[in-house]
Design a protein around this ligand. Structure first.
Ligand code: SF4
Length: 467
């Protein structure tokens, strides 16, 4: 007679082996992309199979973003467009994950969209159970399930989602945010700050196959803190020491508490890329105060000066919002002036859209007319594009070490990669060079021309590994 426990394990393994196929789509930021990797690894461990085809999938999952109005609209549109699959196969399960799920929760079920469940970013370990329950709910024609718990400790530490594109990868080092900027929904959808164990991060980086560059992710990476006294610069030092990764980048730091030790480490370590994404949000001190950003225009500019004094060729990028509550024309001119003074290499620019639950939604009036927000946004984009084009023109004739990431988007006879400062470079594949031999390698490229977004050049030499 066989042991009952062995039989149970065999039945479990069989059930796992016959579980359905899932199709997972990711919207929004890199952290969401990483989270989609976590979701995929949790489901694969339980026997579900990923598929790129929506038609083939029994489970459709949308990992959503709620940071901007546009992201909401895209997700609603996508769920509507998936409704026909439900009509074709009434057993298809549709689940909404991520920030939008957390923020709208049960409201989704009254929208008339075919949704079986919603799960916020801290609840992915329970997804297999949720899918099972959603499936039996469907049989009994019951409606939606939600898992919206916000955790103070979940970091999915031991999972290895392996979010690799070519030779680069993202690794999340912390989750959540404690800053509560007045316009931002993140603390309400991703919860409070938690940092991952440094050993688990090092282990994850070491286990990434054929990866030359990692980008360390967090909503506010310079708040990274493990056991009270191990900070972000300690983590980067540990990664440099314990792994042979060729390049490290990170995003995003907060300008209000930028540690000088981090700048010093960046300045002296060749493998730590000289690129900083430094969200400005507004160039007006009074708007910044209403945004609860914790710095003034002057403090931001002094930080930029300090950064450039240590790394004159640093790449700087930013996030900027136009038309925040109470923004006057004078405030907007302050933003343009900071953009001009700093000379960002690139910027992500948006018009303000009120987000539910935020303190701006509760206490401030969204009083800048939409057309004014839009005109200011267009003006800002024009300014920034001029600046980006000018900065790129200035490096004509210069030589850069470029980490080759793969074919360029437009042509299979060109390769693309990035400089240490984060600029995208495209160059033709030399005769006799194989793309697979170059991908993941450092090559020296001389810049011959540019647009506002890209540098174009020619390959000089294939370089050795950075040491
Ligand atoms: S720092 Fe501010 S803008 Fe950034 S995630 Fe936190 S609350 Fe949002």
């Amino acid at each position: 007679m066989r042991n009952e426990a062995v039989v149970k394990d065999e039945v479990k393994a069989k059930v796992k082996a016959t579980r359905g196929k899932f199709h997972l789509e990711s919207y929004g930021c890199q952290m969401n992309l990483y989270d989609s990797g976590l979701v995929a690894s949790i489901l694969k461990n339980e026997g579900y199979q990923p598929t790129d085809s929506v038609e083939e999938a029994e489970i459709l999952l949308l990992n959503t973003c709620s940071i901007r109005e546009k992201a909401y609209e895209r997700v609603y549109g996508r769920i509507e467009s998936l409704a026909h699959l439900r009509r074709k196969n009434p057993h298809t399960i549709i689940g909404v994950l991520g920030c939008m799920a957390q923020s709208l929760g049960k409201e989704f079920f009254s929208s008339g969209l075919p949704i079986d469940f919603t799960a916020g970013p801290d609840n992915y370990r329970l997804l297999p159970d949720l899918i099972e329950s959603a499936s039996s709910n469907r049989e009994q024609s019951q409606t939606g399930l939600s898992l919206l718990h916000l955790s103070r400790s979940e970091t999915y530490d031991e999972l290895r989602p392996s979010v690799v594109t070519g030779c680069t990868s993202f690794v999340t080092i912390m989750r959540g945010c404690d800053n509560f900027c007045s316009f931002c929904v993140v603390p309400y959808t991703r919860g409070r700050e938690r940092s991952r164990s440094p050993y688990s991060i090092v282990d994850e980086i070491s286990s990434l196959p054929n990866v030359s560059e990692v980008t360390l992710l967090g909503q506010n990476v310079n708040s990274y803190c493990w056991k009270e006294n191990f900070h972000f610069h300690d983590l980067v030092e540990l990664i440099l020491k314990e792994t042979d990764i060729q390049r490290i980048r990170f995003t995003s730091p907060h300008p209000k508490d930028f540690p000088e030790e981090l700048l010093d480490l960046m300045a002296r370590e060749k493998r730590f890329c000289k690129q900083i994404h430094l969200p400005l949000q507004s160039g007006s001190s009074s708007v910044l105060r209403r945004m609860k950003r914790g710095y003034t225009q002057e403090e931001y500019l002094s930080l930029v000066e300090l950064i450039r004094s240590k790394m004159p060729f640093v790449g700087l990028s930013s996030d900027i919002i136009t038309g925040f509550c109470g923004e006057t024309e004078e405030d907007f001119q302050d933003t343009l002036s900071v953009v001009e003074q700093v000379g960002f290499d690139t910027a992500y620019m948006f018009r303000y859209s009120e987000r539910k639950n935020t303190s701006a939604a509760k206490y401030l009036k969204d009083d800048v007319p939409e057309d004014v927000k839009l005109i200011r946004l267009q003006q800002l984009i024009q300014e920034q594009q001029k600046m980006s084009a000018l900065k790129n023109r200035l490096v004509k004739g210069k030589k850069f070490e470029v980490l080759v990431e793969g074919y360029s988007r437009r042509s299979q006879s060109s390769m693309t990669g990035r400089t240490d400062s984060g600029k995208t470079v495209v160059f033709p594949l030399e005769e006799g060079h194989q793309p697979e031999d170059l991908t993941g390698k450092l090559v020296q490229v001389e810049i011959e021309g540019s647009t506002s977004a890209t540098l174009h050049g020619r390959e000089l030499t294939t370089c050795l590994k950075i040491t």
